[in-house]
Ligand binder design. Structure first.
Ligand code: TXA
Ligand code: MG
Length: 336
C-alpha cells in the first residue's frame, strides 16, 4: 500500500478515505493518532493490524461536537459534563458506559468506551468532515508515540492509507485518561491535564497504582494498555534517582560513545556523553513536549543506552514519570 502524505488543508481528501473504511494518521494536540470510522468494526480491526496492537487493548473515540456523545455513550453523568465543560476540547479522555452502536473492536469487549474531544483544528476538521474517529497513537505497538508526521511515516509508511502533516504536537504525551465508570473517578493514565486540575472541578479522585508501579503478577489492569511494555526506543532507557551532581558523575563514569543522556538546557557542559536537551531545568511541559522525539532521536543516533533523570511525580511531571518508567521497563538506579 502506498501511504499518501497530505497537507493540513487536505482534510476533505482524508475524510473520503475514512468514509470508505481506510486509515488516516492525524495530528492532535497530544500525539498523532491513527484514525478510522469509529462505527466501522472492520476499519477499526485494520488499525490493530497496522499497529501490531493486541486486540484486547481498547481505543479512544474522538469527537468534534458534544452532540456526538449520544451515539457513543449510554450515560453522560454530571461529573463527566463538568470535566467536558472545563477541559474539552483538550487533552482529557473520559471513560463512560458504552452505547450499543460502538463496535466491540473499539472497546475490546469492555462495557465502557473512552471519549476525547481534541483541540487540534486539523483533527476537528477531519472529524467534522467524516464522523467520530477511533484512534490510538499512530506508532507501531510498543514504540514511542509519534509527535511529528515524520515519526508516523517512519513507523507506518506502507501500512496505512495516509498521514496528514500538521507539524509538531504541542503537548507531546498522550491525553490524561480518567474513568467515571466507577464510584470514585480514577486516573488511569496521567497527561497534560493534571490530577490537581481535575480535583478542582470534581473533587475526590484516585490515581490508579499502575500509573507509577508495575502490575503485580496476575493483577488485572484497569486500563489494558498499562500491562504492555510501552514507549520504548531500541536503546535501553535507564532512570537515575539522585541530585544533579550524582546524575552527572554517574553517567560520566559509565558512559561510552553510544551513551546518551536526556538533560536540561545548560547541563550538557557537565556531561561528557551524547546529550539530548529536553528543556529548561524543571520545565515539565517542555520535558513532556520533547520526550518521545528525544527517545526516537537517540535511536537515530545509534545510541544503545539512554540515561534520564527520575522525574517528579506531581503536575505534568507525573505524566513524564509514567512514560519514562515504562520506557525503562521500571528500572531505576538509586544514587542516594
Ligand atoms: O492523546 C491521546 O490519548 C492519543 C491521541 C491520538 O488522542 N491517543 C492514545 O491512544 O494515546 P492509545 O490507544 O495509544 O491509548 C489509549 C489508552 C490505552 O492505555 C487503553 O488501554 C486505554 O486508553 N483505554 C481505552 N479505552 C478504555 C476503556 N474503555 N477502559 C479502560 N482503558 C481504556
Ligand atoms: Mg499508544
Amino acid at each position: 500500500m502506498k501511504t499518501l502524505l497530505l497537507t493540513a488543508d487536505q482534510t476533505d481528501k482524508a475524510a473520503e478515505i475514512i468514509k470508505r473504511g481506510g486509515l488516516v494518521a492525524m495530528p492532535t494536540e497530544t500525539v498523532y493518532g491513527l484514525a478510522a470510522d469509529a462505527f466501522n468494526g472492520q476499519a477499526v480491526a485494520d488499525i490493530f493490524r497496522a499497529k501490531g496492537r493486541p486486540m484486547d487493548n481498547p481505543l479512544i473515540v474522538h469527537i468534534s461536537s458534544l452532540s456526538q456523545m449520544d451515539r457513543i455513550v449510554r450515560e453522560f453523568p454530571e461529573k463527566a459534563k463538568a470535566l467536558a465543560d472545563r477541559f474539552w476540547p483538550g487533552p482529557l479522555t473520559i471513560i463512560l458506559p458504552r452505547s450499543d452502536s460502538i463496535p466491540p473492536e473499539v472497546s475490546a469487549g469492555l462495557d465502557t468506551v473512552a471519549v476525547r474531544y481534541p483541540s487540534h483544528p486539523v483533527a476537528q476538521q477531519l472529524i467534522s468532515a467524516s464522523c467520530p474517529l477511533a484512534a490510538p497513537s499512530a506508532n507501531l505497538s510498543g514504540s514511542p508515540s509519534p509527535t511529528t508526521a515524520a515519526h508516523v511515516m517512519s513507523d507506518m509508511d506502507g501500512r496505512i492509507d495516509a498521514v496528514i502533516d500538521g507539524g509538531d504536537c504541542e503537548v507531546g504525551v498522550e491525553s490524561t485518561v480518567i474513568t467515571l465508570a466507577c464510584p470514585i473517578p480514577r486516573i488511569l493514565r496521567p497527561g497534560g491535564i493534571t490530577a490537581e486540575q481535575i480535583r478542582e472541578v470534581i473533587g475526590d479522585i484516585e490515581i490508579d497504582p499502575a500509573v507509577i508501579k508495575p502490575l503485580a503478577e496476575g493483577q488485572k489492569a484497569a486500563s489494558p494498555g498499562m500491562k504492555y511494555k510501552h514507549y520504548s526506543p531500541k536503546a535501553d532507557v535507564i532512570l537515575l534517582d539522585g541530585d544533579d551532581e550524582a546524575f552527572e558523575k554517574y553517567i560520566n563514569e559509565v558512559m561510552d560513545d553510544k551513551t546518551a543522556a536526556l538533560c536540561y538546557n545548560g547541563q550538557q557542559e557537565r556531561l561528557s556523553c551524547i546529550c539530548i536537551a529536553i528543556g529548561e531545568k524543571d520545565d515539565y511541559n517542555a520535558y513532556a513536549h520533547n520526550l518521545f522525539a528525544s527517545l526516537r532521536k537517540a535511536d537515530e543516533m545509534g545510541c544503545t543506552k539512554v540515561y534520564a533523570h527520575c522525574p517528579r511525580k506531581d503536575g505534568v511531571g507525573l505524566a513524564v514519570y509514567n512514560r519514562v518508567i515504562r520506557a525503562a521497563g521500571f528500572k531505576i538506579i538509586s544514587l542516594q
